[in-house]
Design a protein around this ligand. Structure first.
Ligand SMILES: [Zn+2]
Length: 165
């Protein structure tokens, strides 16, 4: 788990309009495709991790700029985990044989973006140490990230209920 949640894996975007990339994404639904958002509702959005530990690594992010779960209204916390539960179907349909789910809370907890809470969902495959090595090699040649995004986006449409806007 130390390896899975290594902070450098959480590097996301290098630039941000405000000081928080997740707030930027939250406030700009018109840029969802560019930002690789796969889903949003009134409480949260799901976005591809731009530096995935495995392909299909997604983040569930509350709209609220808070750094620790106890600061979230209970209904939003429950919505996050309800969506996380439904998102299992996305990752299994994507081909995962296992999933890691977790949060790094604040800098000391290993969060790459400590000021804005987010929940990681990582698809895993049997014996994916080898798999990851091949992915890491592939990555240097440029993984087709858009293809992964499109797949996950379509699966999100299939498994997550329509957002209420
Ligand atoms: Zn924020």
């Amino acid at each position: 788990m130390d390896v899975l949640y290594a902070p450098w894996r959480e590097k996301y975007f290098s630039k941000s309009e405000s000081n928080c990339i997740f707030c930027d994404i939250a406030k700009n639904p018109n840029l969802d495709t560019q930002n690789m958002v796969v889903y949003r509702n009134e409480d949260l959005f799901i976005v591809m991790n731009k530096y995935p530990y495995t392909p299909g690594h997604i983040l569930i992010v509350p709209m609220s700029h808070i750094d620790s779960p106890e600061k979230l209204p209970k209904n939003i916390w429950l919505n996050m985990f309800s969506i996380a539960q439904d998102s299992m179907n996305i990752l299994y349909d994507y081909g995962a044989s296992g999933i890691n789910m977790g949060m790094n809370i604040k800098s000391a907890g290993g969060a790459g973006i400590p000021e804005h809470l987010h929940l990681h969902l990582l698809p895993r495959w049997s014996r994916d140490t080898n798999f990851l090595t091949s992915i890491a090699n592939t990555r240097s040649y440029g993984v087709d990230f858009n293809e992964v995004y499109n797949k996950i986006y379509n699966l999100a449409k299939k498994y997550l209920k329509e957002s209420k806007k």
